[in-house]
Write a protein that binds this ligand. Structure first.
Ligand code: NAD
Length: 519
Protein backbone atom coordinates (compact mmCIF):
# COMPACT_ATOMS: atom_id res chain seq x y z
CA UNK A 1 0.00 0.00 0.00
CA UNK A 2 1.06 3.59 -0.51
CA UNK A 3 2.58 5.55 2.34
CA UNK A 4 1.75 8.81 0.60
CA UNK A 5 -1.72 9.27 2.11
CA UNK A 6 -2.76 12.61 3.60
CA UNK A 7 -1.27 13.19 7.01
CA UNK A 8 -3.45 14.10 9.99
CA UNK A 9 -3.04 17.40 11.84
CA UNK A 10 -0.43 16.43 14.44
CA UNK A 11 2.45 14.00 14.30
CA UNK A 12 3.57 11.91 17.26
CA UNK A 13 7.16 13.05 17.17
CA UNK A 14 9.45 15.62 18.72
CA UNK A 15 8.59 19.18 17.78
CA UNK A 16 11.39 20.87 15.92
CA UNK A 17 11.40 23.75 13.48
CA UNK A 18 8.82 26.56 13.39
CA UNK A 19 7.48 25.28 10.07
CA UNK A 20 5.62 21.97 10.35
CA UNK A 21 7.72 18.94 9.42
CA UNK A 22 6.54 16.59 6.68
CA UNK A 23 4.61 13.62 8.05
CA UNK A 24 5.34 9.98 7.30
CA UNK A 25 2.91 7.10 7.76
CA UNK A 26 3.72 4.13 9.98
CA UNK A 27 2.21 0.91 8.62
CA UNK A 28 1.21 -2.27 10.43
CA UNK A 29 2.99 -4.88 8.28
CA UNK A 30 0.54 -7.59 9.27
CA UNK A 31 -2.40 -5.70 7.74
CA UNK A 32 -0.92 -3.04 5.48
CA UNK A 33 -2.93 -0.37 7.38
CA UNK A 34 -1.61 3.02 8.50
CA UNK A 35 -1.46 3.13 12.28
CA UNK A 36 0.27 6.47 12.99
CA UNK A 37 2.04 9.43 11.50
CA UNK A 38 5.41 10.76 12.60
CA UNK A 39 7.56 13.76 11.75
CA UNK A 40 10.11 13.41 9.00
CA UNK A 41 12.94 15.51 10.39
CA UNK A 42 16.04 16.75 8.62
CA UNK A 43 19.56 18.11 9.13
CA UNK A 44 18.42 21.39 10.76
CA UNK A 45 16.49 19.37 13.36
CA UNK A 46 19.57 17.25 14.04
CA UNK A 47 21.63 20.38 14.67
CA UNK A 48 19.04 21.86 17.03
CA UNK A 49 18.69 18.58 18.91
CA UNK A 50 22.48 18.33 19.19
CA UNK A 51 22.73 21.81 20.72
CA UNK A 52 19.98 20.94 23.19
CA UNK A 53 21.56 17.61 24.10
CA UNK A 54 24.95 19.21 24.65
CA UNK A 55 23.46 21.96 26.84
CA UNK A 56 21.88 19.52 29.30
CA UNK A 57 24.65 16.87 29.31
CA UNK A 58 26.88 18.40 32.05
CA UNK A 59 24.02 18.38 34.59
CA UNK A 60 23.16 14.78 33.67
CA UNK A 61 26.80 13.76 34.11
CA UNK A 62 26.94 15.62 37.43
CA UNK A 63 24.12 13.44 38.79
CA UNK A 64 26.67 10.63 39.10
CA UNK A 65 26.10 6.92 38.64
CA UNK A 66 23.60 6.59 41.48
CA UNK A 67 21.54 9.57 40.33
CA UNK A 68 21.38 8.23 36.80
CA UNK A 69 20.73 4.67 37.99
CA UNK A 70 17.64 5.85 39.89
CA UNK A 71 16.06 6.91 36.57
CA UNK A 72 16.99 3.58 34.93
CA UNK A 73 15.57 1.53 37.81
CA UNK A 74 12.30 3.45 37.54
CA UNK A 75 12.37 2.67 33.80
CA UNK A 76 12.91 -1.01 34.58
CA UNK A 77 9.76 -0.95 36.72
CA UNK A 78 7.92 1.00 34.02
CA UNK A 79 8.72 -1.76 31.51
CA UNK A 80 7.38 -4.52 33.73
CA UNK A 81 4.27 -2.46 34.64
CA UNK A 82 3.58 -1.55 31.00
CA UNK A 83 4.74 -4.78 29.33
CA UNK A 84 1.47 -5.25 27.43
CA UNK A 85 1.50 -1.70 26.06
CA UNK A 86 5.12 -2.06 25.01
CA UNK A 87 4.50 -5.43 23.33
CA UNK A 88 1.41 -4.10 21.54
CA UNK A 89 3.39 -1.13 20.20
CA UNK A 90 6.27 -3.31 19.00
CA UNK A 91 3.90 -5.82 17.37
CA UNK A 92 1.86 -3.08 15.69
CA UNK A 93 4.86 -1.66 13.85
CA UNK A 94 6.84 -4.87 13.20
CA UNK A 95 4.16 -7.55 12.65
CA UNK A 96 6.10 -10.01 14.84
CA UNK A 97 4.47 -12.57 17.14
CA UNK A 98 3.64 -11.38 20.68
CA UNK A 99 5.91 -14.02 22.17
CA UNK A 100 8.83 -12.77 20.03
CA UNK A 101 8.31 -9.23 21.32
CA UNK A 102 8.07 -10.52 24.88
CA UNK A 103 11.19 -12.71 24.87
CA UNK A 104 13.54 -10.57 22.82
CA UNK A 105 12.41 -7.04 23.57
CA UNK A 106 10.44 -6.65 26.80
CA UNK A 107 12.55 -9.12 28.79
CA UNK A 108 15.67 -7.56 27.29
CA UNK A 109 14.45 -4.05 28.18
CA UNK A 110 13.72 -5.00 31.78
CA UNK A 111 17.08 -6.73 32.14
CA UNK A 112 19.09 -3.99 30.41
CA UNK A 113 17.79 -1.05 32.47
CA UNK A 114 18.70 -2.96 35.65
CA UNK A 115 22.01 -4.31 34.39
CA UNK A 116 23.46 -0.96 33.37
CA UNK A 117 22.04 0.74 36.46
CA UNK A 118 23.77 -1.85 38.67
CA UNK A 119 27.08 -2.19 36.82
CA UNK A 120 27.92 1.07 35.03
CA UNK A 121 29.62 2.49 38.13
CA UNK A 122 31.93 -0.52 38.51
CA UNK A 123 32.67 -0.85 34.79
CA UNK A 124 33.60 2.83 34.54
CA UNK A 125 35.28 3.22 37.93
CA UNK A 126 38.72 4.82 38.13
CA UNK A 127 41.39 2.14 37.95
CA UNK A 128 44.78 2.31 39.66
CA UNK A 129 47.39 1.03 37.19
CA UNK A 130 50.55 -0.74 38.30
CA UNK A 131 53.33 0.58 36.07
CA UNK A 132 56.82 -0.85 35.60
CA UNK A 133 58.78 2.01 34.04
CA UNK A 134 61.65 3.15 36.30
CA UNK A 135 60.89 6.72 35.13
CA UNK A 136 57.54 6.50 36.90
CA UNK A 137 58.74 5.24 40.27
CA UNK A 138 56.79 6.82 43.10
CA UNK A 139 54.07 8.19 40.85
CA UNK A 140 50.43 7.21 40.94
CA UNK A 141 48.85 6.26 37.62
CA UNK A 142 45.08 6.08 37.19
CA UNK A 143 42.72 5.66 34.26
CA UNK A 144 39.25 7.07 34.28
CA UNK A 145 36.37 7.02 31.80
CA UNK A 146 34.80 10.36 30.92
CA UNK A 147 31.57 10.59 28.93
CA UNK A 148 32.04 11.57 25.31
CA UNK A 149 29.25 14.16 25.45
CA UNK A 150 26.67 13.50 22.75
CA UNK A 151 26.16 9.98 21.39
CA UNK A 152 24.17 9.21 18.24
CA UNK A 153 22.39 5.86 17.97
CA UNK A 154 21.04 4.73 14.59
CA UNK A 155 18.78 1.68 14.74
CA UNK A 156 17.33 -0.97 12.41
CA UNK A 157 13.67 -2.03 12.23
CA UNK A 158 13.89 -5.67 13.34
CA UNK A 159 14.09 -5.05 17.11
CA UNK A 160 12.85 -1.52 17.75
CA UNK A 161 13.69 -1.72 21.46
CA UNK A 162 16.58 -4.13 21.74
CA UNK A 163 18.70 -2.96 18.82
CA UNK A 164 18.03 0.75 19.23
CA UNK A 165 16.84 1.95 22.58
CA UNK A 166 18.81 -0.84 24.23
CA UNK A 167 22.08 0.73 23.05
CA UNK A 168 21.06 4.11 24.48
CA UNK A 169 20.93 2.76 28.05
CA UNK A 170 24.70 2.26 28.57
CA UNK A 171 25.37 5.53 26.71
CA UNK A 172 23.09 7.36 29.15
CA UNK A 173 24.49 5.55 32.19
CA UNK A 174 27.98 6.62 31.10
CA UNK A 175 26.80 10.24 31.46
CA UNK A 176 26.13 11.16 27.83
CA UNK A 177 23.20 12.80 26.16
CA UNK A 178 21.78 10.70 23.32
CA UNK A 179 20.13 11.30 19.96
CA UNK A 180 18.34 8.18 18.74
CA UNK A 181 17.24 7.75 15.14
CA UNK A 182 14.96 4.72 14.87
CA UNK A 183 14.36 3.05 11.51
CA UNK A 184 11.81 4.85 9.33
CA UNK A 185 9.40 1.88 9.53
CA UNK A 186 9.47 1.41 13.30
CA UNK A 187 9.62 4.71 15.20
CA UNK A 188 6.72 4.16 17.63
CA UNK A 189 8.52 2.02 20.22
CA UNK A 190 11.31 4.58 20.58
CA UNK A 191 8.84 7.45 20.92
CA UNK A 192 6.91 5.50 23.57
CA UNK A 193 10.10 4.72 25.50
CA UNK A 194 11.30 8.33 25.32
CA UNK A 195 8.02 9.41 26.94
CA UNK A 196 8.43 6.63 29.51
CA UNK A 197 11.93 7.78 30.46
CA UNK A 198 10.63 11.32 30.87
CA UNK A 199 7.95 9.97 33.25
CA UNK A 200 10.75 8.20 35.11
CA UNK A 201 12.59 11.47 35.70
CA UNK A 202 15.04 11.72 32.80
CA UNK A 203 15.75 15.46 32.39
CA UNK A 204 14.47 17.10 29.20
CA UNK A 205 16.82 16.93 26.24
CA UNK A 206 19.10 14.19 27.61
CA UNK A 207 17.50 11.60 25.33
CA UNK A 208 15.87 12.77 22.11
CA UNK A 209 14.26 10.59 19.47
CA UNK A 210 14.52 12.00 15.96
CA UNK A 211 12.43 10.39 13.25
CA UNK A 212 13.35 10.61 9.60
CA UNK A 213 15.07 9.06 6.60
CA UNK A 214 18.41 7.36 6.91
CA UNK A 215 19.85 9.02 3.84
CA UNK A 216 18.93 12.49 5.14
CA UNK A 217 18.55 12.57 8.92
CA UNK A 218 20.83 9.57 9.54
CA UNK A 219 23.69 11.12 7.58
CA UNK A 220 23.15 14.45 9.32
CA UNK A 221 23.24 12.78 12.72
CA UNK A 222 26.71 11.36 12.09
CA UNK A 223 27.89 14.93 11.51
CA UNK A 224 26.68 16.39 14.82
CA UNK A 225 27.56 13.77 17.44
CA UNK A 226 30.74 12.77 19.29
CA UNK A 227 30.29 9.04 18.66
CA UNK A 228 28.01 6.94 16.52
CA UNK A 229 26.52 3.59 17.50
CA UNK A 230 25.05 1.99 14.39
CA UNK A 231 23.11 -1.23 13.96
CA UNK A 232 22.00 -2.15 10.47
CA UNK A 233 23.17 -3.44 7.14
CA UNK A 234 26.82 -3.84 6.19
CA UNK A 235 26.73 -1.40 3.21
CA UNK A 236 25.27 1.41 5.33
CA UNK A 237 27.65 0.51 8.18
CA UNK A 238 30.64 0.92 5.86
CA UNK A 239 29.38 4.34 4.79
CA UNK A 240 28.89 5.45 8.38
CA UNK A 241 32.31 4.09 9.37
CA UNK A 242 33.92 6.05 6.53
CA UNK A 243 32.19 9.28 7.58
CA UNK A 244 33.10 8.71 11.22
CA UNK A 245 36.69 8.21 10.05
CA UNK A 246 36.65 11.54 8.22
CA UNK A 247 35.34 13.26 11.33
CA UNK A 248 37.68 11.25 13.58
CA UNK A 249 34.88 10.25 15.90
CA UNK A 250 34.59 6.72 17.27
CA UNK A 251 31.95 4.42 15.87
CA UNK A 252 30.63 1.02 16.84
CA UNK A 253 29.07 -1.03 14.05
CA UNK A 254 26.73 -4.01 14.55
CA UNK A 255 26.07 -5.30 11.04
CA UNK A 256 24.73 -8.22 9.04
CA UNK A 257 25.13 -11.94 9.59
CA UNK A 258 24.75 -15.36 7.97
CA UNK A 259 24.99 -17.55 11.03
CA UNK A 260 25.92 -21.21 10.50
CA UNK A 261 24.57 -24.12 12.57
CA UNK A 262 26.55 -27.36 12.54
CA UNK A 263 24.93 -30.67 13.49
CA UNK A 264 27.46 -33.41 14.27
CA UNK A 265 26.57 -37.07 13.90
CA UNK A 266 26.61 -37.50 17.69
CA UNK A 267 24.24 -34.57 18.38
CA UNK A 268 20.99 -34.75 20.32
CA UNK A 269 18.96 -34.52 17.11
CA UNK A 270 15.68 -33.67 18.78
CA UNK A 271 17.23 -30.64 20.49
CA UNK A 272 19.16 -29.67 17.36
CA UNK A 273 15.98 -29.80 15.22
CA UNK A 274 13.96 -27.78 17.75
CA UNK A 275 16.63 -25.12 18.02
CA UNK A 276 17.45 -24.86 14.31
CA UNK A 277 13.78 -24.36 13.52
CA UNK A 278 13.00 -21.95 16.37
CA UNK A 279 16.05 -19.74 15.93
CA UNK A 280 15.64 -19.56 12.17
CA UNK A 281 11.95 -18.60 12.32
CA UNK A 282 11.99 -16.53 15.54
CA UNK A 283 11.08 -12.90 14.78
CA UNK A 284 10.05 -14.16 11.32
CA UNK A 285 13.74 -14.86 10.67
CA UNK A 286 14.56 -11.15 10.84
CA UNK A 287 17.39 -11.35 13.34
CA UNK A 288 21.01 -10.56 12.59
CA UNK A 289 21.88 -13.66 14.65
CA UNK A 290 19.21 -15.95 13.15
CA UNK A 291 20.19 -19.45 12.15
CA UNK A 292 20.59 -18.80 8.41
CA UNK A 293 22.20 -22.06 7.20
CA UNK A 294 22.54 -25.57 8.60
CA UNK A 295 25.28 -28.17 7.91
CA UNK A 296 24.49 -31.74 8.95
CA UNK A 297 26.90 -34.68 8.95
CA UNK A 298 25.78 -37.25 6.39
CA UNK A 299 24.94 -40.17 8.74
CA UNK A 300 22.22 -38.17 10.56
CA UNK A 301 21.08 -35.88 7.73
CA UNK A 302 17.87 -37.76 6.80
CA UNK A 303 16.74 -38.15 10.40
CA UNK A 304 17.44 -34.48 11.18
CA UNK A 305 15.61 -33.28 8.04
CA UNK A 306 12.58 -35.48 8.83
CA UNK A 307 12.36 -34.03 12.34
CA UNK A 308 12.61 -30.43 11.11
CA UNK A 309 10.07 -30.98 8.32
CA UNK A 310 7.50 -32.45 10.73
CA UNK A 311 7.86 -29.53 13.15
CA UNK A 312 7.97 -26.84 10.42
CA UNK A 313 4.67 -27.98 8.90
CA UNK A 314 2.94 -27.30 12.24
CA UNK A 315 4.03 -23.64 12.42
CA UNK A 316 1.24 -21.10 12.05
CA UNK A 317 1.91 -17.96 10.01
CA UNK A 318 -1.06 -15.83 11.03
CA UNK A 319 -1.80 -12.28 12.16
CA UNK A 320 -0.25 -11.60 15.58
CA UNK A 321 -3.47 -10.59 17.29
CA UNK A 322 -2.34 -11.59 20.79
CA UNK A 323 -0.45 -14.18 22.81
CA UNK A 324 -0.75 -17.66 21.31
CA UNK A 325 -2.13 -16.38 17.97
CA UNK A 326 0.78 -17.48 15.79
CA UNK A 327 4.33 -18.78 15.88
CA UNK A 328 5.62 -16.80 12.90
CA UNK A 329 4.40 -13.27 12.22
CA UNK A 330 4.62 -10.95 9.23
CA UNK A 331 7.75 -9.60 7.58
CA UNK A 332 8.35 -6.07 8.84
CA UNK A 333 9.26 -4.37 5.59
CA UNK A 334 7.87 -4.86 2.13
CA UNK A 335 11.26 -5.29 0.43
CA UNK A 336 11.94 -8.36 2.60
CA UNK A 337 9.18 -10.23 0.75
CA UNK A 338 11.13 -9.71 -2.48
CA UNK A 339 14.47 -10.73 -0.91
CA UNK A 340 13.11 -13.93 0.63
CA UNK A 341 11.25 -14.82 -2.59
CA UNK A 342 14.41 -14.25 -4.63
CA UNK A 343 16.54 -16.50 -2.38
CA UNK A 344 13.97 -19.31 -2.36
CA UNK A 345 13.37 -19.12 -6.12
CA UNK A 346 17.12 -18.98 -6.88
CA UNK A 347 17.60 -22.14 -4.80
CA UNK A 348 14.59 -23.87 -6.40
CA UNK A 349 15.97 -23.10 -9.89
CA UNK A 350 19.36 -24.53 -8.94
CA UNK A 351 17.92 -27.81 -7.68
CA UNK A 352 16.89 -27.28 -4.05
CA UNK A 353 13.89 -29.13 -2.63
CA UNK A 354 11.31 -27.18 -0.62
CA UNK A 355 10.11 -29.47 2.15
CA UNK A 356 7.90 -26.91 3.92
CA UNK A 357 6.45 -23.54 2.93
CA UNK A 358 7.72 -21.82 -0.17
CA UNK A 359 4.38 -20.69 -1.57
CA UNK A 360 3.41 -17.20 -0.35
CA UNK A 361 -0.20 -16.11 -0.70
CA UNK A 362 -0.12 -12.98 -2.91
CA UNK A 363 -3.62 -11.90 -1.79
CA UNK A 364 -2.85 -11.79 1.93
CA UNK A 365 -2.89 -8.13 3.03
CA UNK A 366 0.39 -6.92 4.52
CA UNK A 367 3.83 -8.46 4.01
CA UNK A 368 4.13 -12.20 4.43
CA UNK A 369 6.27 -15.20 3.55
CA UNK A 370 5.54 -18.65 5.03
CA UNK A 371 8.13 -20.53 7.14
CA UNK A 372 10.17 -22.38 4.52
CA UNK A 373 12.62 -25.27 4.83
CA UNK A 374 14.97 -26.09 1.93
CA UNK A 375 17.17 -29.15 1.38
CA UNK A 376 19.57 -30.19 -1.41
CA UNK A 377 21.19 -26.76 -1.11
CA UNK A 378 24.81 -25.73 -1.63
CA UNK A 379 27.03 -22.65 -1.77
CA UNK A 380 26.10 -21.82 -5.38
CA UNK A 381 22.75 -20.64 -3.97
CA UNK A 382 21.99 -17.20 -2.52
CA UNK A 383 20.12 -18.77 0.40
CA UNK A 384 23.46 -20.21 1.65
CA UNK A 385 25.73 -17.24 1.01
CA UNK A 386 23.72 -14.00 1.29
CA UNK A 387 21.81 -12.70 4.28
CA UNK A 388 18.16 -13.72 3.72
CA UNK A 389 16.77 -12.17 6.91
CA UNK A 390 13.51 -14.08 6.58
CA UNK A 391 11.72 -17.27 7.69
CA UNK A 392 13.88 -19.74 5.76
CA UNK A 393 15.95 -22.71 6.90
CA UNK A 394 18.28 -24.20 4.26
CA UNK A 395 19.82 -27.52 5.34
CA UNK A 396 22.93 -28.89 3.62
CA UNK A 397 24.43 -32.39 3.91
CA UNK A 398 28.20 -32.45 4.59
CA UNK A 399 30.64 -35.37 4.57
CA UNK A 400 32.18 -34.54 7.95
CA UNK A 401 32.92 -31.88 10.55
CA UNK A 402 35.92 -30.58 8.57
CA UNK A 403 33.69 -29.76 5.61
CA UNK A 404 31.15 -28.15 7.94
CA UNK A 405 33.80 -25.88 9.50
CA UNK A 406 35.20 -24.93 6.10
CA UNK A 407 31.74 -23.99 4.80
CA UNK A 408 30.79 -22.21 8.02
CA UNK A 409 33.83 -19.97 7.58
CA UNK A 410 33.19 -19.53 3.84
CA UNK A 411 31.31 -16.27 4.39
CA UNK A 412 32.11 -12.56 4.57
CA UNK A 413 30.12 -12.48 7.82
CA UNK A 414 31.09 -13.62 11.31
CA UNK A 415 28.44 -12.75 13.88
CA UNK A 416 27.29 -15.89 15.73
CA UNK A 417 27.37 -19.64 15.14
CA UNK A 418 26.23 -22.92 16.69
CA UNK A 419 27.60 -26.44 17.01
CA UNK A 420 25.51 -29.39 18.20
CA UNK A 421 27.30 -32.44 19.63
CA UNK A 422 27.09 -34.49 22.81
CA UNK A 423 30.89 -34.32 23.14
CA UNK A 424 31.53 -30.99 24.86
CA UNK A 425 35.30 -31.14 24.34
CA UNK A 426 34.85 -31.64 20.62
CA UNK A 427 32.13 -28.97 20.57
CA UNK A 428 34.43 -26.40 22.13
CA UNK A 429 37.27 -27.31 19.77
CA UNK A 430 34.97 -26.79 16.78
CA UNK A 431 33.62 -23.54 18.26
CA UNK A 432 37.15 -22.12 18.58
CA UNK A 433 37.76 -22.75 14.86
CA UNK A 434 34.71 -20.82 13.71
CA UNK A 435 35.21 -17.22 12.66
CA UNK A 436 32.44 -15.52 14.59
CA UNK A 437 32.04 -13.15 17.53
CA UNK A 438 30.02 -15.68 19.59
CA UNK A 439 29.67 -19.42 19.19
CA UNK A 440 27.20 -21.66 21.05
CA UNK A 441 27.60 -25.36 21.74
CA UNK A 442 24.14 -27.01 21.83
CA UNK A 443 22.39 -23.64 21.68
CA UNK A 444 21.80 -20.72 19.35
CA UNK A 445 21.17 -16.97 19.55
CA UNK A 446 20.50 -16.95 23.30
CA UNK A 447 24.04 -15.71 24.03
CA UNK A 448 22.73 -12.24 23.14
CA UNK A 449 21.04 -12.09 26.53
CA UNK A 450 24.41 -12.34 28.34
CA UNK A 451 24.62 -8.62 29.07
CA UNK A 452 27.85 -9.26 30.96
CA UNK A 453 29.68 -10.66 27.89
CA UNK A 454 30.76 -8.68 24.81
CA UNK A 455 28.77 -9.43 21.65
CA UNK A 456 30.02 -8.20 18.31
CA UNK A 457 30.87 -9.31 14.80
CA UNK A 458 34.04 -10.44 13.05
CA UNK A 459 34.74 -9.70 9.39
CA UNK A 460 31.89 -7.81 7.63
CA UNK A 461 29.61 -8.25 10.65
CA UNK A 462 30.95 -5.21 12.41
CA UNK A 463 33.40 -3.34 14.56
CA UNK A 464 33.33 -3.14 18.34
CA UNK A 465 30.82 -4.77 20.64
CA UNK A 466 27.72 -4.21 22.66
CA UNK A 467 27.37 -5.60 26.20
CA UNK A 468 30.17 -6.42 28.65
CA UNK A 469 32.77 -3.80 29.59
CA UNK A 470 33.38 -2.74 25.95
CA UNK A 471 29.63 -2.17 25.58
CA UNK A 472 29.78 0.83 27.91
CA UNK A 473 33.43 1.92 27.72
CA UNK A 474 32.93 2.70 24.03
CA UNK A 475 30.74 5.60 25.13
CA UNK A 476 33.62 7.21 27.02
CA UNK A 477 36.98 8.79 26.48
CA UNK A 478 39.55 7.11 28.64
CA UNK A 479 41.89 9.47 30.43
CA UNK A 480 45.11 8.49 32.16
CA UNK A 481 46.14 10.57 35.16
CA UNK A 482 49.79 10.55 36.26
CA UNK A 483 50.04 12.04 39.74
CA UNK A 484 53.42 12.98 41.29
CA UNK A 485 52.91 13.82 44.92
CA UNK A 486 56.40 13.03 46.23
CA UNK A 487 59.17 14.24 43.93
CA UNK A 488 62.64 15.73 43.55
CA UNK A 489 63.23 19.21 42.18
CA UNK A 490 64.41 17.51 39.03
CA UNK A 491 64.68 13.95 37.80
CA UNK A 492 67.91 12.46 36.32
CA UNK A 493 66.73 12.57 32.69
CA UNK A 494 65.87 16.29 32.86
CA UNK A 495 68.14 19.14 31.50
CA UNK A 496 71.01 19.97 31.66
CA UNK A 497 72.73 16.99 30.01
CA UNK A 498 75.99 16.75 31.97
CA UNK A 499 76.72 13.05 31.44
CA UNK A 500 75.89 12.13 35.09
CA UNK A 501 72.23 11.57 34.36
CA UNK A 502 73.19 9.51 31.33
CA UNK A 503 75.41 7.21 33.43
CA UNK A 504 72.74 6.84 36.07
CA UNK A 505 70.09 5.89 33.53
CA UNK A 506 72.50 3.40 31.92
CA UNK A 507 72.85 1.67 35.30
CA UNK A 508 69.08 1.80 35.87
CA UNK A 509 68.42 0.32 32.41
CA UNK A 510 70.86 -2.56 33.13
CA UNK A 511 69.36 -3.11 36.57
CA UNK A 512 65.79 -3.22 35.28
CA UNK A 513 66.19 -4.90 31.93
CA UNK A 514 69.72 -6.33 31.73
CA UNK A 515 68.85 -9.85 32.73
CA UNK A 516 67.03 -10.56 29.44
CA UNK A 517 65.45 -13.96 29.07
CA UNK A 518 65.52 -16.07 32.24
CA UNK A 519 66.36 -19.39 30.61
P1 NAD B 1 19.78 -0.39 7.20
O1 NAD B 1 21.26 -0.35 7.17
O2 NAD B 1 19.03 -0.23 5.95
O3 NAD B 1 19.22 0.75 8.17
C1 NAD B 1 19.61 0.84 9.53
C2 NAD B 1 19.42 2.27 10.00
O4 NAD B 1 20.31 3.11 9.27
C3 NAD B 1 18.01 2.85 9.76
O5 NAD B 1 17.67 3.66 10.85
C4 NAD B 1 18.21 3.68 8.51
O6 NAD B 1 17.28 4.74 8.43
C5 NAD B 1 19.61 4.21 8.73
N1 NAD B 1 20.32 4.62 7.50
C6 NAD B 1 20.13 4.19 6.23
N2 NAD B 1 20.97 4.82 5.39
C7 NAD B 1 21.73 5.65 6.15
C8 NAD B 1 22.79 6.55 5.88
N3 NAD B 1 23.25 6.74 4.63
N4 NAD B 1 23.34 7.23 6.91
C9 NAD B 1 22.91 7.06 8.17
N5 NAD B 1 21.90 6.22 8.49
C10 NAD B 1 21.31 5.53 7.50
O7 NAD B 1 19.42 -1.75 7.94
P2 NAD B 1 17.98 -2.35 8.25
O8 NAD B 1 17.42 -2.86 6.97
O9 NAD B 1 17.18 -1.38 9.05
O10 NAD B 1 18.34 -3.56 9.23
C11 NAD B 1 18.64 -4.85 8.79
C12 NAD B 1 20.12 -5.11 8.86
O11 NAD B 1 20.58 -4.84 10.18
C13 NAD B 1 20.47 -6.55 8.60
O12 NAD B 1 21.61 -6.60 7.78
C14 NAD B 1 20.80 -7.11 9.97
O13 NAD B 1 21.67 -8.20 9.97
C15 NAD B 1 21.40 -5.91 10.63
N6 NAD B 1 21.34 -6.02 12.08
C16 NAD B 1 22.50 -6.26 12.77
C17 NAD B 1 22.46 -6.42 14.16
C18 NAD B 1 23.71 -6.72 14.94
O14 NAD B 1 23.67 -6.67 16.17
N7 NAD B 1 24.82 -7.04 14.31
C19 NAD B 1 21.24 -6.32 14.82
C20 NAD B 1 20.09 -6.06 14.10
C21 NAD B 1 20.15 -5.91 12.71
Amino acid sequence: MSTQEQAPEKADGPSSAQEKPVQKAVIDPATGQTIAWVDELGPADAQKAAARGRAVQPAWEALGFEGRARVMRRAQKWVTDHADELIATIVSETGKAWEDAQAAEVMYAAAAFGHWADHAGDLLADERIKVSSPLLKGKKVLTRHAPLGLVGVIAPWNYPFTNGFGDCIPALMAGNSVLLKPAEKTPLTSLLMARALKECGLPDGVMQVLTGKGSVLGEALVDVVDMIMFTGSTPVGRRIGARAGERLIPCSLELGGKDPFIVCADADLERAANHALYYSMFNTGQTCISVERVYVEAPVYDEFVAKVAKKAKKLRNDRPTGPGATEVGALTIESQVATVTEHVEDARKKGATIIAGGNPDPDKPGWWYPPTVLTDVDHTMECMTEETFGPTLPIMKVADVEEAIRLANDSPYGLMASVFTKDMVKGEQIARRIQAGSVHVNDALIGYTALEAPMGGWKDSGLGARHGAPGIRKYTNSQTLILSKYHLKKEPQVYPYTGRGFKLLTRVTRLFYGRGARD
